[in-house]
Design a protein around this ligand. Structure first.
Ligand code: ADP
Ligand code: MG
Length: 737
């Protein structure tokens, strides 16, 4: 199975994107396809044994669009200057056309030779020739409109095309009559309305493009311009190389004021580093030996040497951009609804237009009126604003999240987060910083403290659990070498078991002891430690408990405020942890959480989440991605704090790139605002269409309200503009920091 994002040209409305999506999904070998109207691309999942890239591109062509190749960072940029120039030319032409056609009606002086009554033939032919360029200008619309009609997926282009072509053909017929001397047909020329409809739709699209480009920018700003060159050190000599020449393991030098070239780990030096483009954080953390650096971040004030770790496509920033773009290709459920509505909309509108045409012709006999209303209906009812309503807001929302260090992996999250009523937080690494320190050591045999910690540290070196880090750090800080460990086994939520010097060692909590049927006579002391907010680590060797160690982790500064704000919004907060009940309780009471579920194994955590969901709660799980994966995957939204290399593989739907929890509040806030924005957009789009169609049919004529194709196209442009401007308002969301 292979996934690919292709840039698609020629999509203009949700009927287009729906059509393409349906068409691609029908093809043998394509497993899934999602088309993104705003970004102008499609994410295709395909079976590479059955189909190749070229074939997919052919299918896109068959559906009436054009593939511009595989998406990359540069695809975000688009030059609009040519479009602007063409636009200006046609604006002038449109003014000339309108002047010739209608200037005399409002008393403007006209060229004598183009006088309608005196020289009807010149007048008509001039209009015809002024109109033809517009057919060329709008050829893409007409082509796509009819192509989609042939594929039985009529879209808004189909509406416009039928409208424009009908008016044009009828005007040609009138021209023929005028040439024959039948002057009464002067009243039945619709050249200018055909041209102006195209003009306004093109104008609308131009504005639309401009705004889409703005939204793309939010994402583009993520595509950090990493430096093109870097200084590397090989065999103690410095070489200047291009960034592509850097290999994994190379030592790269970064001087003060320069940018980090590739992701890596510092091996020498200290510096404050600005990585705000990833984390959204304005503070510049101080980094030193063994800390990781991200390509594109700026070294403020030090000299650094670092080892290249992840290069090119594997780098953090490439991963983020890819994930954000992939996310914008998924659709929230509310978008599916809008898509469905607009896919019925087009055929229904065509139906209404035909019926209106026939009814007027039958009962009134006025062909010109019938045609006028037919075209007006088609033009006014374009579900253009309807199609833009959700995707624009979603992309805005996601862009804002991305810019502020909240990495949203699928669009559903944006809708779901507004509904969340329960937030479950893991303790270690989420509520706490996940950097525990050894606090109390109680030994039950003669072993030296140093030897004991060497034993534990050697074991923990192979574990990824935050508790283990306390011991590993201790060994490193004191320069104690680690011992060889065999058969190490990690029992999630309990601890680790392994062999050192042939002796079996257990490091973990009381559950681990119970698993190995060991008698535990130290429960009282355990409770004492737990009451001091310590996590419990027993050490046992050869079936005997040799020590009880308490490790203490620091509670995050911001967590109390986050809990408080959540509770103010009537969101229930629950602490879910594998740690001791007593330890958990103490931390919970410090930060204001009333509901604690402690002593649960990672697999049980998922069960807790499932049960909450069964009780009709919408649950967000915030965990550390190390052993909370099942719970993260089961929650309506799984959220984790970024901890190293796991952005792409993490089961979390949302990853906070910064080391604090305000992202939870911000995500919920953005989600609520985005969903409200979408609802407003949908309302305006529907309201507008249901208002305009009756007018276009001619139902309001008795009370003096009517409309012609030209006004219809202006109105339609305005309605899209309303939706676009409304979505852009999302930019003003304020963040809690
Ligand atoms: P949390 O839910 O707070 O993240 P875990 O489920 O990861 O906690 O772990 C629960 C408990 O299991 C820890 O508090 C600790 O007592 C024990 N434990 C788990 N892994 C280890 C380990 N590698 N070393 C020592 N103790 C461990
Ligand atoms: Mg944990």
């Amino acid at each position: 199975m292979q996934k690919i994002i292709l840039v698609v040209d020629g999509m203009t409305c949700s009927a287009c994107s729906n059509g393409l999506e349906k068409y691609l999904k029908k093809q043998n070998g394509i497993v899934d396809a999602t088309v993104n109207l705003v970004m102008g691309n499609t994410l295709v999942t395909y079976d590479e044994t059955k189909i190749n890239l070229k074939k997919i591109e052919t299918y896109i062509g068959e559906a009436g669009f054009k593939s511009l190749g595989v998406w990359n960072d540069n695809s975000l940029e688009q030059d609009q200057t040519k479009e602007t120039k063409t636009g200006i030319f046609y604006t002038i032409l449109a003014i000339v056309l309108l002047y010739v056609a209608m200037g005399h009606m409002i008393g403007l002086p006209s060229l004598p030779i183009l006088h309608m009554e005196k020289y009807p033939v010149y007048y008509t032919i001039t209009l015809l020739f002024l109109t033809i360029p517009f057919l060329y200008y709008g050829f893409d619309i007409i082509k796509s409109g009819f192509q989609n009609l042939i594929h039985k997926m009529p879209n808004m282009d189909t509406l416009v095309s039928i409208g424009v072509i009908s008016s044009f053909l009828y005007s040609l017929f009138s021209t023929y009559q005028i040439l024959k001397g039948n002057i009464s047909y002067l009243e039945q020329l619709y050249f200018e309305s055909a041209a102006i409809v195209i003009y306004f739709i093109k104008l609308g699209r131009y504005i639309d493009h401009k705004n889409k480009n703005k939204t793309k920018k939010a994402i583009q700003e993520l595509v950090q311009i990493t430096p093109k060159e870097a200084l590397i050190k090989r065999d103690n000599k410095e070489y200047k190389v291009t960034i592509d020449e850097i290999e994994k393991g190379d030592i790269v030098i970064c001087k003060q004021g320069e940018k980090i070239a590739v992701d890596g780990v510092i091996i020498e030096g200290v510096a404050h580093i600005n990585e705000s483009f990833v984390t959204g954080e304005s503070k510049h953390p101080k980094k030193t030996k063994n800390d990781t650096v991200i390509a594109g971040s700026i070294n403020y004030d030090g000299y650094l040497e670092y080892r290249a770790e992840r290069i090119g496509k594997d780098s953090t920033i490439s991963e983020i951009v890819r994930l954000v773009v992939e996310a914008t290709n998924t659709k929230p459920p509310i978008a599916a609804l809008a898509d469905k509505v607009s896919s019925y909309f087009v055929p229904i509108v065509i139906g209404i237009a035909i019926v209106t045409f026939c009814v007027i012709l039958l009962f009134d006999g006025n062909f010109s009126l019938a045609l006028n209303n037919f075209v007006t209906i088609l033009v006014v009812a374009c579900p253009c604003s309807l199609g833009l309503a959700t995707p624009l807001a979603v992309i805005m929302g996601e862009g804002i999240c991305a810019k502020n260090g909240i990495l949203v992996k699928k669009s559903e999250v944006l809708e779901m987060a507004s509904k969340i009523d329960t937030v479950v937080l893991d303790k270690t690494g989420t509520i706490t910083y996940g950097t525990p320190k050894i606090e109390t050591i109680i030994r039950y045999n003669q072993m030296e403290e140093k030897d004991l910690l060497q034993l534990v540290g050697s074991m923990e070196k192979k574990s990824k659990h935050p508790i283990g880090k306390a011991f590993v750090d201790y060994l490193e800080e004191n320069g104690i070498p680690s011992k060889k460990v065999d058969h190490l086994q990690e029992i999630s939520g309990e601890g680790i078991v392994g062999k050192i010097d042939g002796e079996e060692i257990l490091v973990g909590n009381a559950k681990l002891l119970a698993r190995y049927h060991m008698e535990n006579i130290y429960q009282k002391e355990e409770l004492k430690l737990a009451k001091k907010q310590n996590s419990i680590v027993y050490v046992a060797r050869k079936d005997k408990i040799i020590a009880l160690i308490g490790v203490n982790d620091i509670i995050r500064d911001d967590v109390e405020k986050v809990i408080q704000k959540l509770q103010q919004q009537n969101i229930e907060t629950i602490m879910l942890t594998g740690d001791h009940q007593e330890t958990a309780q103490i931390i919970a009471s410090k930060i204001g959480i009333h509901h604690v579920i402690a002593n649960v194994l990672p697999s049980k955590k998922a069960e807790v989440i499932q049960n909450l969901k069964k009780e009709n709660h919408f649950v967000m799980m915030c965990g550390d991605g190390i052993n909370d994966s099942p719970a993260l995957a089961n929650a309506d939204i799984g959220l984790s704090i970024h901890s190293g290399n796991d952005i792409a593989t993490s089961t979390a739907d949302v990853i906070l790139m910064q080391d604090h929890l305000y992202g939870i509040l911000n995500l919920i806030d953005i989600s609520k605002k985005t969903i409200r924005n979408i609802k407003q957009n949908l309302f305006w789009a529907f309201f507008y269409n249901s208002l305009m169609i009756p007018i276009a049919i001619g139902l309001l004529k008795p009370i003096g309200i009517s409309i012609n194709p030209m006004l219809a196209s202006i109105a339609m442009t305005l309605s899209s503009l309303t939706v676009i401007l409304n979505a852009l308002r999302l930019k003003n969301i304020r963040f809690i920091k």
